[in-house]
Design a protein around this ligand. Sequence first.
Ligand code: ATP
Ligand code: MG
Length: 561
Amino acid sequence: MEFEKKPSNFIRDIIDADIASGKNKGRVHTRFPPEPNGYLHIGHAKSVCLNFGLARDYKGLCNLRFDDTNPEKEEVEYVDSIREDVRWLGFDWEDREYYASDYFDALFQHALTLIKQGKAYVCDLSPEEQRQHRGTFNEPGKNSPDRDRTVEENLDLFERMRQGEFEEGSRVLRAKIDMASPNITMRDPTIYRIKKASHHRTGDAWCIYPMYDFTHCISDSIEGITHSICTLEFENNRPLYDWFLIALGIHRPRQIEFARLNLTHTLLSKRILLKLVRQKIVSGWNDPRMPTISGFRRRGYTPSSIRAFCDKIGVAKFNSTIDRVLLENSIREELNKTAPRVMAVLDPLKVVITNYPEGKIEEMEAVNNPEDPAAGARKLPFSRELYIEREDFREDAPPKFFRLVPGGEVRLRYGYFIKCEKVIKDASGRIAELHCTHDPETRGGNHPPDGRKVKGTIHWVSAGHMFRAEVRLYDPLFTAKDPADVPEGKDILVNLNPKSLEVVSPAFLEPSLKDAKPGERFQFERLGYFFVDPVDSGPGRPVFNRIVTLRDTWEKIEKKG
Ligand code: ATP
Ligand code: MG
């Protein structure tokens, strides 16, 4: 696959300086460290593209490391989905797939080392007492009464913690740093806690589990990582990251923090995404409305469009929120060049062309993609009875309405100019069909010899030839621009968009679409880009997901509403 050379950013500047100074012998080794407690989302894609992208550009390596220290939340399903998603994004970790749980023995030995150095102790305070001792932002913490236990006593207690002698929550192992540190993270943080839970990889071998801060830096160190890139929330944890590695005297990667991705109308938090799945608000982690990689994949996004988006937004040191439109533009730009164009009618209104012979069928030539001459052309059947989009006709049209009106003329794309002669209504007053005439001299949609012009061109399908299929239209899951902005005491779900999914069943499609295969993408003229759903489509029975509209209609809808 081809990648362009990326513009500089502050992380590249740091790496360039490290290489120039001969640090790590010029090596660049990064890692992507997901916790397997959910599916990856578009924020993770930013981190994947960054870490694997740096390794690629500096001819270095990037590891995939599952940060699986928390036995209760992790599942094999998540591990599998993460591998699939990283691979789909176009990245390869070769044989470097690691698990923090592989390091449980090493971590335990390192904890023993800290105890022997007098830098760690077993603390018997209850979680509540520990919290009270911790102090606040303005007040220093208080030392634990157990802080001065002897090395022998600590070794004995820690070993017995490991043997399962004590109850969960009764004791922890803590680093002995500084209860008065202005950085609360440094106030004797917990290193190990008792958890009598089975682990998805180590089974019941352990009943004590290491904490994130202790595990992460040592895992990075063991793997020879040079640049450990994480999100800004970990800035306060950096002194602790360094403290452990300095105390243990082992290889010290450089932690660099960058701003996490936030997107408008989107929540990027596994906890909340899990809630949407559990409460069946969506059909699963790969629901096409989900901001997960698997959701975008099923919606019809391409890996290249997601990579292009991640390149475009870049990396910065301050948090901001990116407009969803940027992500949508990225897939629009790509599909504009690659997706064949077809015609489909979502909300059909029948048109009878009264001066077109009954039974006559013409094969009109339709260009597959004006942006790509190599895409060729196809035949489109034209007949006396057609369907157009209901909203392309108005009886009481506003001045700038350039589509069909009573007595007005419009071009049917690749068809003819037609003129509306008569509006037929049903008993309830709803428009049932239009009677139109066509100008035979405008075949193919071309201007007639008299040079007459029309302002509007609309799409259509032939009634006798079209076929019916289900089409799914999506809008963001959350109406609020910042879905996390909820009134005090209210659940985040109050911001859910009740109309995030609209099923059009059936839509009327041009006959060529009958052979559409799962995974194919099309532009439905004037309606957007669509993807044949790989899950719900059957042979000869495609189901279409709208990937994105042709323009940014959502913001407009929002302003109206
Ligand atoms: P969440 O907050 O969504 O549950 P997390 O940070 O707990 O995510 P991890 O599995 O720990 O998820 O993340 C793996 C990597 O992806 C980490 O390095 C993390 O910093 C990065 N990451 C997570 N969310 C984002 C985001 N929104 N933007 C950029 N990077 C992210
Ligand atoms: Mg996490």
